[in-house]
Write a protein that binds this ligand. Structure first.
Ligand code: SAM
Ligand code: SF4
Length: 330
């Protein structure tokens, strides 16, 4: 084991999000432009072995939670094999996946076999035409089949359904998703729209806050807040009549930077210490030029030490990062 990983603000870092590809089969309004983005070349993307080595090293430094994301992780060839390699790393306690669900019907069994324990499926509307409007793909039935396929594996728990909340769209989704949360075992979470979209259409006005959504739901199905767990991103409420729970991730209206324990690795091996970082640290070059684990450890520690105190989305002069959410790994 190595020394635990701390940033310069005293926060212990224990959560790593790895983007395994920048590519995606969807073009969500809040993430990618309709025409897509210039993809990384194959040799620019970290290999399975390179990802495994970095994750192992970070696990030795106290990373316990690993989330695999993208782009769309399931479009990476043999992704379940990578998940299986990572699941065997000592020290990792929790391995989860964020996916748009399109390929889940094909992959659910292999992912469970590989050791994926928790899955978030992104679904912005339960109505086919509105799902199409948001993702620019007419794929709701396919995604719901994927969700069902996953639901047949009780080893995966919880299964969360995440919807990005955008003003002028998601108001109408609040009650259908509340009903969905009440009638299924899936845990529904709304995520406030963040300035990481390829179209640069974000503005403060475009954010539909978690509080506004909560009020819409509370008026029909009264809610009561549950205690927040340390470093949790969601505020979770239970339906007072016992109909389950629903959550709100409010990074814009109620930033949760104070106890942020997360770092991110992009598909091409850049370490990012905040979603909104303007700088990043290259780990691929040292990896490929023969650096030892201890040398890479020093580079990581130095970058993490300089982790941003907080994001500045709500401050005057905020500049949207050049990378979109798909290129960072949400
Ligand atoms: N493709 C996978 C998916 O959509 O689940 C994984 C990657 S995606 C970038 C990860 C999460 O980020 C998704 O839940 C997506 O809805 C969310 N996301 C993307 N752009 C966002 C934005 N601008 N604001 C808030 N959430 C965003
Ligand atoms: Fe693809 Fe996920 Fe971005 Fe949608 S949110 S474009 S599914 S990476």
């Amino acid at each position: 084991m190595r020394e635990p990983l701390y940033d310069g603000h005293g926060r212990r870092i224990s959560d790593l999000r790895v983007s395994v590809t920048d590519r995606c089969n969807f073009r969500c309004q809040y993430c990618m432009p309709a025409e897509g983005l210039p993809w990384l070349q194959r040799d620019e993307v970290l290999s399975f072995e390179e990802i495994e080595r970095l994750v192992r090293l970070l696990a030795e430094m106290g990373i316990t939670d690993l989330r695999l994301t993208g782009g769309e992780p399931l479009v990476r060839r043999e992704f379940p094999k990578l998940a299986g390699m990572l699941a065997r790393i000592e020290g990792l306690e929790d391995i989860s996946l964020t996916t748009n669900g399109y390929l889940l019907e094909r992959d659910a069994a292999a992912l469970v076999e590989a050791g994926i324990q928790r899955v978030n499926v992104s679904i912005d509307s339960l109505q086919r035409d509105r799902f199409f409007q948001m993702t620019r793909r007419d794929s709701l039935p396919q995604v719901l089949r994927g969700l069902e396929a996953l639901g047949r594996h009780p080893e995966v728990h919880p299964i969360k359904v995440n919807a990005v909340a955008m003003r002028g769209f998601t108001e109408q989704e609040a009650l259908p998703f509340a009903e969905f949360a009440r009638s299924t075992a899936y845990q529904v979470r709304f995520i406030e729209f963040m300035p990481l979209d390829g179209d640069h259409n974000w503005s403060p006005d475009a954010v539909l806050t978690g509080d506004e959504l909560r009020r819409i739901i509370h008026a029909v199905h009264p809610l009561e807040e549950r205690p927040r767990e340390p470093s949790a991103t969601a505020r979770v409420f239970r339906f007072l009549d016992g109909g389950g729970e629903i959550g709100f991730i409010n990074p814009v209206s109620e930033p949760f930077c104070d106890d942020c324990n997360r770092i991110r690795l992009t598909a091409e091996g850049k370490l990012r210490t905040c979603l909104f970082s303007v700088g990043e640290t290259d780990l691929r070059e040292p990896l490929r030029s023969g650096a030892s684990d201890s040398e890479i450890e020093l580079i990581v520690r130095d970058a993490v030490w300089r982790k941003e105190l907080k994001h500045r989305v709500n401050e005057p002069g905020f500049r949207q990062p050049a990378r979109t959410m798909s290129a960072i790994g949400g």
